[in-house]
Design a protein around this ligand. Structure first.
Ligand code: GLU
Length: 375
């Protein structure tokens, strides 16, 4: 049998918490004791040096009980209002719980466009990266107060998978009210078996996912398997586990029931493949031989090593990187618009603020946003 991954081996873990785990549907409040136990698990990983990101649902479920909205499906404006009320309490609770372990929380609310549109994707990713640099824990949810039906994820399973990919995480754990993927619906089929490992999401696996969502959460098994597809193609291992127990991450680490979806690649390699293969370059950056050497040895491209700029590209676009002899050395997502890049080329990164009037990124193309010929 394929071996299951070890939670303690991951360096960047995203944990998605479903609404039904966090919000007490009868009493209406947050399940504080449960959350504290989960945060204690997260803190252990943080302490051993792993980066921690939380994707937390619950704003709508929480807000609707505070506002006394009726049970059942909500109208869009009601769920937006509920989210506005619930998100405040949700964020405060996470901040306090993480804070009690000395971990600073940072709230990030995203919409579909923030993960699907390249420029905004880069902005959101840079914020997440900066928070993690400072050892803070991003706490993420969809910005449900502004998201309308055409522009929303609606479920945090797929959102969490996109966030995990965006943050180059190596592990995503979806905590919900099921302990994994079964060969058939366990409620109706006594022969249904839990699958401990799914090496690849095939059509057969997708067929096992069926439909079914609980009252509080929008995502059933189907959105979880869709999330697995997104995560595993981006180099992220993913687990589905039952979060209804105390210390759910400890339980996974101890070999408790769950389903692992394995990825064949690692996150950085997948992004580089995506950069190398699927993007239409919008321009060219010519570099000097010193910069070419630096890139080959694994460094980012700084403005100082740039000799020329061609094309009209925008920040976040893919550009070709050419050697002094004109050969293509690689491609990358550039951190500046063409006009700005032309102004700062050949200059020290320290001068960027003076030249452009704002303090931009030190690198013109960051190492992680670059694919060289051999990668
Ligand atoms: N973003 C929604 C909320 O926080 C939840 C979506 C989901 O349940 O997956 O209420």
């Amino acid at each position: 049998m394929t071996r299951t991954p070890k939670l303690s081996a991951f360096r960047r873990i995203v944990v998605k918490v479903g609404s039904s785990l966090l919000v007490d549907s009868k009493a209406g409040g947050l399940k504080k004791a449960w959350l504290d136990a989960l945060v204690a698990d997260l803190a252990l990983h943080h302490k051993r040096g792993a980066d921690i990101l939380v994707v937390s649902s619950g704003s709508i479920a929480l807000g609707r009980s505070v506002l006394g909205l009726p049970k059942g499906a909500l109208k869009l404006e009601d769920s937006q209002a509920a989210a506005a009320v619930g998100q405040i309490a949700l964020a405060r609770t996470w901040a306090e719980a993480l804070g009690s372990h000395g971990i600073t929380a940072g709230q990030i609310l995203v919409t579909l466009w923030d993960t699907e549109e390249r420029r905004r994707y880069l902005n959101a990713r840079a914020t997440i990266e900066r928070l993690l640099d400072m050892r803070a824990a991003p706490v993420i949810n969809e910005n449900d107060t502004v998201a309308t039906s055409e522009i929303r994820y609606g479920d945090n399973d797929r959102l969490a998978a996109r966030v995990a990919a965006m943050a180059s995480a190596d592990c995503l754990v979806l905590l919900s009210d099921v302990d994994g993927l079964y060969t058939a619906p366990p409620a109706t089929d006594p022969n249904a078996k839990l699958l401990p490992v799914v090496p690849r999401v095939t059509a057969e696996i997708e067929a096992m996912a069926g439909g079914a969502a609980s009252e509080l959460s929008r995502g059933g098994m189907r959105t979880k398997v869709e999330a697995a597809k997104i995560a595993t193609t981006a180099g992220v291992h993913m687990a589905i586990a039952d979060g209804r127990v105390d210390h759910p991450l400890k339980r996974i680490a101890e070999g408790g029931p769950c389903t692992w979806f394995l990825t064949p690649s690692n996150p950085v390699t997948s992004r580089k493949k995506w950069i190398a293969g699927s993007l239409e370059p919008k321009g060219v950056v010519r570099i000097d031989s010193g910069a070419a050497k630096a890139l080959v040895s694994g460094k980012s491209l700084l403005p100082a090593g740039v000799k020329g700029i061609e094309g009209s590209f925008a920040r976040g676009d893919c550009v070709l990187i050419r050697n002094p002899d004109g050969g293509e050395i690689g491609r990358g997502l550039i951190a500046y618009d063409a006009g700005e890049a032309a102004q700062i080329m050949g200059r020290s990164s320290r001068d960027i603020e003076k030249i452009l009037g704002y303090s931009g990124r030190a690198a013109m193309i960051h190492r992680d946003d670059m694919a060289l010929g051999g990668e």
